[in-house]
Design a protein around this ligand. Structure first.
Ligand SMILES: [Zn+2]
Length: 175
């Protein structure tokens, strides 16, 4: 008898709540294929439809599952508050020990935390956050020219037209 269970691979979505006000709805399922096409928003009877056509057969993303927009960026899920807190404690220890080794240690700890932080993929249009999806196609890091175009449209100073297919497998921004 062979036993080959696929390991649990949690995916997580942080979606803007339809009520607005910066509230988020978090959905968590066992892998990208366990998602249903719609959910009720918590504490309301508003249906939140997911754009599951933006999910590739491999579990990657060609666009935002919340609004369907084709431009996404990848960033590290780094806890900035913790990062600053470590530096803050180190600064106090400088006063206690009268040397700077604690600051060096804090920098190293922050660097390690940053390098092991998981990636998350964010929508330029609605800011929905996607975690745990397939790594292909890859969406590059944040590009200010895309944000400008979506915010200001024609009036954008640095705006460039959207690339065909959005940000899927696009090169990293040069700026
Ligand atoms: Zn979106």
């Amino acid at each position: 008898m062979s036993f080959d269970p696929k390991p649990l691979r949690w995916i997580e979505l942080d979606l803007p709540h339809p009520d607005g006000g910066g509230r988020l709805v978090t959905l968590r399922t066992d892998g990208p294929f366990a998602l249903r096409s719609w959910y009720f928003a918590p504490e309301s009877d508003v249906k939140m439809e997911l754009h599951l056509d933006r999910r590739t057969p491999e579990g990657g993303l060609t666009g935002c599952l919340h609004c369907g927009h084709a431009e996404l960026y990848t960033r590290k899920k780094f806890n900035k508050t913790l990062g600053f807190a470590i530096v803050g404690v180190a600064a106090l220890l400088v006063l206690v020990f009268e040397n700077y080794w604690s600051l060096v240690a804090a920098a190293v700890i922050d660097l390690v935390l940053f390098s092991i932080a998981r990636d998350e993929v964010v929508c330029y249009s609605c800011s929905a956050v996607h975690r745990g999806f397939g790594v292909s196609p890859r969406h590059p890091s944040f590009d200010r020219t895309i944000e400008e175009r979506l915010k200001f449209g024609e009036r954008a100073v640095m705006g460039e037209p959207m690339r065909e297919g959005g940000t899927a497998n696009a090169p990293d921004p040069e700026h």
